[in-house]
Design a protein around this ligand. Structure first.
Ligand code: NAP
Length: 338
C-alpha cells in the first residue's frame, strides 16, 4: 500500500516509528506492506516512489527541521501539489486541528478524494465542520475515510461501538472525552485549588496548550461528539448542532459541595435526542468518574444495556497506533473488493 503522509509532527513521526518497528510483523500477520512514498511538512516534501527511507527522514526532521532537506527532498512542493501529483492508495492527514474553516486539512482531504485516494486522519477540524459532506464525497469517489484516532486516541472507542456492538442498537452515548479538562477538574477536587491554578499546572506539565480554549471551553469534546454522532449513530450533524458549555465557571466550592454528597463534576459530552457538552454532576461510583487525563465513554444499547470503555485519550504513539489500525482496515476492505 502506497501512503502519502501529510503532517510530520508528533503523530506523523510516531507513525513513521511504528511502521519502522513493526514492518515484518505487519507483513506476516496482515499481509500489510506499507510503503510511504511522500512525507510533507510546512517546509516542503520528500518524495520517492520506491518508498522513502523513514529512518533518514526522521533524523533529518530533527536535525534540519524539515523533511525537504532529505536526498529525496522537494522544498518546492506543497501538500496539495503532492496529493494531486503523487500516485498512492492512501493519504494520512495529520496537520493541526482548525475549527474555524478546517484548513489546511479540509482541502487536503477533498483533494485526496478527487484523485482517488482513501484518507486516514486524526484531524478533528474538517470532520467537525463537514463530516456528512465528506462521507458523501468519499462514497461518491469510491474511497474510504477513516478517523479512529480522533476520539480516544489509541483507545478504540469508535471501533468498539461500530464493530463490537454490531447487532445491537446504541440509544445514547455520554462520555469524558477530553483529558485536559478531566485533569483540571481532578486536580481542583483533590488539591482544593482554583480553576486558574489547576490550568497553570496543566500547562506546566504539557497537558494544556498555551491557548487552552479548545479544551476548557468544551470545543474539543464537541468535535468528538459530532464525529461519534455521525459515525456511530448515523446522524448528519456538524459542530453548530452542539450546545456547548466549558469548565471555566466550575469553582473549587462547587466540587467540594458535590464531594460532600458523594458526587463529583466531570465535563461530559452527550449524544441523546440533542447533542450537548456541559460540566455535569455524577456519582463518584459512576464509571465515568475517571481521574487525571483518562477518557471514558458509556454506550447505552437497546439489549446490552450500559457499557463503558476507559483509556488514555492522547499521546503520539497511541494516536499513531489508531492510524495504523485504520490503514490495516482499509487494506482489508480494499482486498475484499478485489
Ligand atoms: N498529539 C496527540 O496526542 C493527538 C491526539 C489525537 C489527535 N491529534 C490530532 O492530530 C493532528 C496532528 O497532531 P500533532 O500532535 O502531530 O500536531 P503537530 O505536532 O503540531 O504536527 C502538525 C504537523 O503538520 C504540519 N503542517 C502544518 N500545516 C501544514 C501544511 N499546510 N502543509 C503540510 N504540513 C503542515 C506541521 O509542519 P512543521 O513540522 O513543518 O511545523 C507538522 O509537521 C492534529 O489535528 C491533532 O489535533 C493529536
Amino acid at each position: 500500500m502506497r501512503i502519502i503522509l501529510v503532517g510530520f509532527g508528533v503523530v506523523g513521526q510516531s507513525l513513521a516509528r511504528i511502521l519502522l518497528q513493526r514492518r515484518p510483523e505487519l507483513v506476516r500477520s496482515y499481509g500489510f506492506n506499507p510503503k510511504v512514498v511522500a512525507v510533507v511538512d510546512k517546509g516542503g516534501a520528500a518524495v520517492n516512489m520506491r518508498g522513502l527511507d523513514l529512518e533518514e527522514i526522521l533524523s533529518l526532521k530533527v536535525k534540519e527541521g524539515t523533511v525537504a532537506a532529505s536526498r529525496d527532498g522537494r522544498p518546492d512542493l506543497s501538500a496539495l501539489e503532492v496529493i494531486e501529483s503523487v500516485e498512492a492508495e492512501v493519504m494520512v492527514e495529520v496537520t493541526p486541528t482548525n475549527i474555524k474553516d478546517g484548513e489546511p486539512g479540509l482541502s487536503h482531504i477533498k483533494s485526496a478524494f478527487r484523485t482517488g485516494k482513501s484518507v486516514v486522519t486524526t484531524n478533528k477540524g474538517p470532520l467537525a465542520l463537514a463530516l456528512p459532506a465528506l462521507t458523501e464525497l468519499a462514497e461518491y469517489s469510491g474511497v474510504q475515510l477513516r478517523f479512529s484516532g480522533t476520539v480516544g486516541a489509541g483507545t478504540p472507542i469508535l471501533d468498539l461501538a461500530k464493530k463490537c456492538l454490531l447487532g445491537d442498537r446504541i440509544i445514547s452515548i455520554r462520555g469524558v472525552l477530553n483529558g485536559t479538562t478531566n485533569y483540571i477538574l481532578t486536580e481542583m477536587e483533590e488539591k482544593h485549588i482554583s480553576f486558574h491554578q489547576a490550568l497553570k499546572d496543566a500547562q506546566r506539565l504539557g497537558y494544556a496548550e498555551a491557548n487552552p480554549s479548545m479544551d476548557v471551553d468544551g470545543l474539543d469534546t464537541a468535535c468528538k461528539i459530532v464525529i461519534m454522532a455521525n459515525w456511530i449513530m448515523g446522524r448528519k450533524v456538524t459542530l453548530k448542532d452542539v450546545k456547548i458549555e466549558g469548565i471555566r465557571n466550575v469553582t473549587r466550592e462547587d466540587l467540594e459541595e458535590a464531594s460532600r454528597r458523594g458526587r463529583t463534576i466531570r465535563l461530559l459530552g452527550f449524544i441523546d435526542k440533542d447533542l450537548k457538552v456541559a460540566p455535569t454532576e455524577i456519582s463518584k461510583g459512576d464509571p465515568l468518574a475517571v481521574k487525571g487525563v483518562l477518557n471514558a465513554v458509556t454506550f447505552t444499547s437497546e439489549f446490552t444495556g450500559e457499557e463503558t470503555i476507559i483509556g488514555r485519550g492522547a499521546g503520539g504513539m497511541a494516536t499513531a497506533s489508531a492510524v495504523l489500525r485504520d490503514l490495516i482496515n482499509i487494506k482489508e476492505a480494499l482486498s475484499s473488493t478485489l
